[in-house]
Design a protein around this ligand. Structure first.
Ligand code: URA
Length: 209
């Protein structure tokens, strides 16, 4: 079963509080999401493998650690996932970025990909699917299925806030996927909003509505 990590670092929790606050305007909201994404990238990369390299300090030759070069791919789910990409790239600048846009056909209830563009070597990348809000889990579930159908082998999911309902869907459908959260909230309301949540992440990021 996939593991669920709530990243309870004080800086993440502090910034998340202001992200949730309805009085936080678009500019500050974006900046805070950027900062939290960077901090979450720090936590989610904790287990990246290292290798030894011989270097010379001004004093002597020594062996020191460098990243072993595991390839990372970020896959934001359109559109709100876009708001978390730049902060993550600040810490993982060599990551490639794929994009997935999908919706559920209201008649067939099947996921329809209206946009998908991925690095050609996703099968050998550690993919981090990014969606700020894991509500019903529908989009993240569909996006992860899309990636796996295209050959993805290693997938993690990163969200600012999740509802238990969404976490359960991912755990059931993708037991191989670890989930990294800024917060695990109480539940969904009758309109599918996470409560207490932060409202509509896309609208707050892009100043729409
Ligand atoms: N999507 C959002 O942006 N917010 C929610 O609360 C649920 C889904």
């Amino acid at each position: 079963m996939g593991k669920v990590f709530v990243l309870d670092h004080p800086l993440i929790q502090h910034k998340l509080t202001y992200i949730r606050d309805k009085n936080t305007g678009t500019k500050e909201f974006r900046e805070l999401v950027d900062e939290v994404s960077m901090l979450m990238a720090f936590e989610i990369t904790r287990d990246l493998p290292l290798q030894e390299k011989t270097i010379e300090t001004p004093v002597m030759e020594t062996k020191a650690s460098v990243l072993a070069g595991k390839k990372i791919g970020l896959v934001p789910i359109l559109r709100a996932g876009l708001g978390m990409v730049d902060g993550m790239l600040d810490l993982i600048p060599a990551a490639k970025v794929g994009h997935v846009g999908l919706y559920r056909d209201p008649k067939t209830l099947k996921p329809v990909e209206y946009y998908i563009k991925l690095p050609s070597d996703i099968h050998e990348r550690e993919l981090i699917v990014i969606d700020p809000m894991l509500a019903t889990g529908g989009s993240a579930n569909d996006a992860i299925h899309s990636l796996k159908n295209r050959g993805a082998k290693h997938v993690r999911l990163m969200c600012l806030i999740a509802a238990p309902e969404g976490v359960e869907v991912i755990k059931q459908e993708h037991p191989d996927v670890d989930i990294y959260l800024g917060a695990l909230d109480e539940k969904l309301d009758e309109k599918g909003y996470i409560i207490p949540g932060l409202g509509d992440a896309g609208d707050r990021l892009f100043g729409t509505k």
